[in-house]
Design a protein around this ligand. Structure first.
Ligand code: RB5
Length: 143
């Protein structure tokens, strides 16, 4: 399982933390930048992460900006991406169980690193329920 990671400057430290966490858990990571706290534009990084997931270069993606909002909007512009901005373990679990989210967005300035790791784990460890949720996710993918 390969997980793509991307962030702007506001999410750079969070991305670095989540990357270490994922590698500690044994996941392969694909780091698409940014590589420092120097200001960059989040749309480019959300798009890059979304395209990595949509093309199959990565199985899943995690994207971070200051709030997670801008980078999730950018990722969701890529067809086939279902990026969920989550600020709790409950949201993250449901994002997989009901929405089969293939990307997670996290706020580097709104979450502490421990909470972000727990949110990431909840999303990774949950399973899509299919059934009626499969029909709804199919409707999303048709848009
Ligand atoms: C950058 O200052 C900030 O706007 C960005 O990281 C993000 O929070 C946008 O949604």
């Amino acid at each position: 399982m390969r997980i793509a990671l991307a962030s702007d400057h506001g999410g750079f430290e969070m991305k670095s933390h989540i990357k270490r966490h994922l590698e500690d858990r044994g996941f392969e990571t694909l780091d698409l930048g940014t590589d420092s706290g120097e200001p960059v534009d989040y749309p480019a990084y959300g798009r890059a992460c979304g395209e990595a997931v949509a093309s199959g270069k990565a199985d899943l993606g995690v994207a971070c900006c200051g709030t997670g909002i801008g980078i999730s909007i950018a990722a969701n512009k890529v067809k086939g991406v279902r990026c969920a901005l989550c600020s709790s373990v409950e949201m993250a679990e449901m994002a997989k169980r009901h929405n089969n989210a293939n990307m997670l967005a996290l706020g580097g300035r709104t979450l502490d690193p421990g909470a972000a790791a727990a949110i990431t784990d909840a999303w990774l460890d949950a399973a899509f329920e299919g059934g009626r949720h499969g029909r709804r996710v199919g409707m999303l993918d048709d848009m």
